[in-house]
Design a protein around this ligand. Structure first.
Ligand SMILES: Cc1cc2nc3c(=O)[nH]c(=O)nc-3n(C[C@H](O)[C@H](O)[C@H](O)COP(=O)(O)OP(=O)(O)OC[C@H]3O[C@@H](n4cnc5c(N)ncnc54)[C@H](O)[C@@H]3O)c2cc1C
Length: 709
């Protein structure tokens, strides 16, 4: 046994094989499994054909019976760092060892010999354990299983819960698909070639929210750019509405990224258009207090001026941000109507839809109809007509420098692995997002201590409200995030607090947040999709983390982040406000993701409710005392920021100056969310774009001055 351990630890390239997943799958089967048809009938969608119940349960019974489930698990674990794979293998070996397993299972029976109820009992003991490691184990097994099980579900399962099957998802709306297609440069077929572009003014790395604005600003000033994107381009009609395929194709690390401590899962777009392709369209300007913090603490004079307002107005208008023609979803209506009744500050949130109707709850997989005005449908259109160039599925591995100046980039074709060099452009703008930008700069030899530090994530959790079996919100037909309640967004006078917004209501995203009791209850919870409102608790974090890469496996990110007590309390305050909204709007059950928090149930009619109702007041007082535990809830982040913060106070305070230029290099700029000095508070797309507008206007000025010399 010891030898096996030493061998495993020394293995430089550990790989998880099918055989390593046996224990994993046995536990996954305890997280969720089949239940007798008689017990499931009352939870099925009313349109589900009753004669299909047995077929449904037989073909979609438990995780290990789904071939894709194992494949997804293997793929995701193998994408991790060398250390995380080793830890997984060590854990698997330990759980299957008669000597080591009892320390984790409190039992002399190995997991492979336990029956289903014993495995469920083991999961419950981990869930409620005083030991962090065990609570963490529960959290990882639970969240992963419910997410992957939902993504690999059959169409009958989707029918059972009232979500359109894969084919039907492309037909929910009857808009015409915008037929526009971009063209892309060919990539070299052999290693070592150099592509020289003397006519290109600026090379842009990445194609997300920051990159789009840079390319457009340059283009409207007669300058040309070359945009390099490591993700793949999908024209609108090529976008798949299949959750599994879409996540793998459109998101960083195939949609499977988490902090090294497994506390927080992180999603970031990695496709042509980056985050602007997969985001939820919500447009919010940088809050006043946050701008003041950036001005006071980081010396960013421009954010305190009318000029910054102009930058925000520019991106606002260009994307047609508007709150006209919005048909609010169930969750968004709860936020707006509930806040109105209770006198909580709230408002409808503008969408970057050019004022058009956009009744689609599937934009997390890209906008098939070309309505969402991200990089693809808005920002790159002008540049593509004005001679700018694009290359896809090309990863920039390194910026080449000579005497404090960038002279080119080393690239890798992510499909063929062919490596080549690009030279020629006068300036380089890094817009790879807050996870990849610092990593590229670190790999390129830049040393400023702020590169990769100060990571902000806007960590989120959820409050769930069940409105009863006769309700069907059809969330997939409505825009995702169109409302906000600001009641507890500032808990410390410094704009740290939690915003209440609507969560994407896709089954795979919400499933891990149901408070887990047993495999059978979990099965029923999945079927509550149609009647459940998931409310997002989005906190402006005081916690800071960091990002770097695995030195043994350089494509794997190492993200360190541990939610502090203030931020967990901030999420708790958000939970209480979201509960108020759900109660007043008629939810019959309110749930915390933490299984030990009592659920609130009420059959009182909506019109007769008040948040002064005794039973509600008592429950609220009780749950207000139950903190959000480090591993009690799944935590998530779609907003990574601040890892190359901008500073007007010199390199001691940030990685780049107020023009976005690296302190260490005269022609490399950063223009993405990583430049925001701290968390934006408001969802960061508009702030990111406004910073990118500012950086690119500065570049235009410099290039115009240089051309006059
Ligand atoms: C699911 C989701 C929903 C969101 N919803 C909203 C919302 O409703 N409203 C809002 O304001 N914000 C939202 N956001 C956040 C917002 O989209 C991001 O903050 C914003 O897109 C960040 O822009 P960026 O320029 O920093 O990077 P990104 O938009 O993430 O783009 C970075 C791009 O660079 C590419 N790249 C990275 N490194 C390299 C390299 N070395 N070589 C080549 N290419 C590289 C990546 O593949 C990626 O495509 C959401 C984000 C997500 C993930």
């Amino acid at each position: 046994m010891h030898l096996a351990y030493i061998e495993l630890w020394l293995n430089m390239n550990p790989v998880v094989e099918d055989s390593h997943l046996d224990v994993f799958c046995l536990l996954a089967d305890a997280v969720v499994h089949e239940i007798p048809p008689s017990e499931i009938v009352e939870y099925l969608h009313p349109d589900f054909p009753k004669d299909k119940v047995e077929e449904y349960l037989a073909e979609f019974s438990h995780p290990s019976a789904i071939p894709e489930f194992r494949e997804v698990a293997k793929k995701i674990i193998n994408k991790g760092t060398v250390l995380s794979i080793k830890l997984f293998l060590l854990l698997t070996t330990a759980l299957d060892s008669r000597i080591l397993a009892p320390a984790l299972t409190n039992s002399t029976t190995l997991i492979r010999d336990m029956d289903l109820s014993q495995r469920e009992e083991l999961l419950r003991s981990w869930r409620d354990s005083p030991f962090t490691t065990k609570r963490k184990l529960f959290r990882v097994y639970n969240s992963f299983t419910l997410n992957a099980f939902s993504k690999t579900a059959t169409d009958l399962h989707f029918k059972a819960l009232g979500y359109p099957g894969r084919e039907l998802r492309t037909q929910i709306q009857d808009y015409e698909v915008d037929p526009f297609r971009y063209t892309f440069l060919e990539k070299p077929q052999q290693d070592g070639q150099e592509l020289h572009f003397p006519d290109i003014d600026v090379l842009i790395i990445g194609s997300g929210s920051g990159a789009g604005v840079v390319a457009q600003t340059l283009s409207e000033n007669g300058l040309k750019s070359l945009v390099l994107e490591k993700g793949k381009y999908f024209s609108n009609d090529e976008l798949t509405m299949n959750d599994l395929e879409g996540s793998e194709a459109l998101f960083e690390n195939g949609g499977a990224l988490s902090s090294t401590n497994q506390q927080i899962f992180i999603i970031a777009g990695s496709t042509f258009g980056g985050g602007s392709t997969v985001n939820w369209s919500a447009c919010l300007k940088t809050p006043f207090k946050v701008r003041k913090e950036w001005y006071d603490n980081f010396g960013l004079d421009f954010v305190a001026t009318q000029y910054y307002e102009d930058c925000m107005d520019y991106v606002w208008k260009k994307m047609g941000a508007s709150n006209e023609n919005i048909d609010h979803s169930g969750a968004n209506s709860v936020i707006l109507e509930g806040s109105k009744k209770l006198g909580y500050p709230h408002r409808a949130v503008e969408q970057n839809n050019g004022g058009k109707i956009h009744d689609c709850g599937m934009c997390h997989l890209g906008c098939r109809f070309g309505i969402k005005q991200g990089s693809v449908n808005c920002w790159f259109r002008g540049p593509s007509e004005n001679g700018s160039k694009f290359m896809q599925q090309v990863l920039v591995d390194k910026i080449l420098q000579r005497d404090g100046k960038a002279v080119g980039v080393l690239c890798r074709d992510v499909v063929t692995g062919v490596k080549f060099k690009i030279t020629g452009p006068k300036k380089i703008v890094v817009s790879g997002g807050s996870l990849q930008t610092p990593v590229l700069l670190q790999k390129s030899g830049f040393k400023n201590k702020h590169i990769g530090a100060n990571l902000k994530l806007h960590p989120v959790s959820l409050t769930l409200g069940d409105f009863g079996n006769d309700v069907d919100f059809e969330a997939y037909r409505k825009p995702i995030m169109t409302s906000i309640c600001n009641k507890v967004e500032d808990l410390d006078g410094k704009a740290h607090g939690t915003r209440i917004e609507a969560m994407l209501n896709a089954p795979y995203g919400v499933a891990p947040f149901f408070p887990w009791k047993s495999g059978a209850e979990s099965r029923k919870d999945l079927l509550r999709y149609k009647q459940t409102v998931p409310i997002l608790l989005l906190s402006r974090d005081t916690t800071s983390g960091s990002v770097t890469y695995d030195k043994q496996k350089p494509d794997a990110l190492v993200i360190d982040y541990l939610l502090n007590k203030f931020d967990r309390n901030s999420i708790l305050q958000g939970f209480l406000i979201a509960s108020d909204l759900l109660y007043i709007e008629g939810a019959i059950e309110i749930m915390s993701p933490q299984a030990w928090v009592p659920r609130f149930k009420s059959s009182k009619p909506k019109h007769a409710r008040s948040i002064e109702d005794e039973d509600y007041v008592n429950w609220r007082a009780k749950v207000a005392k139950i903190p959000f535990d480090s591993y009690g809830s799944p935590y998530g982040s779609a907003h990574q920021m601040s890892t190359c913060r901008m500073s007007g106070k010199g390199p001691g305070y940030g990685a780049c100056d107020t023009k976005g230029k690296l302190f260490e290099c005269s022609n490399v700029y950063v223009a993405d969310a990583s430049t925001l000095p701290t968390a934006s508070g408001a969802n960061p797309m508009v702030s990111t774009m406004s910073f990118a507008r500012h950086v690119s206007l500065g570049i235009v000025k410099e290039l115009q001055q240089q051309s006059k010399l």
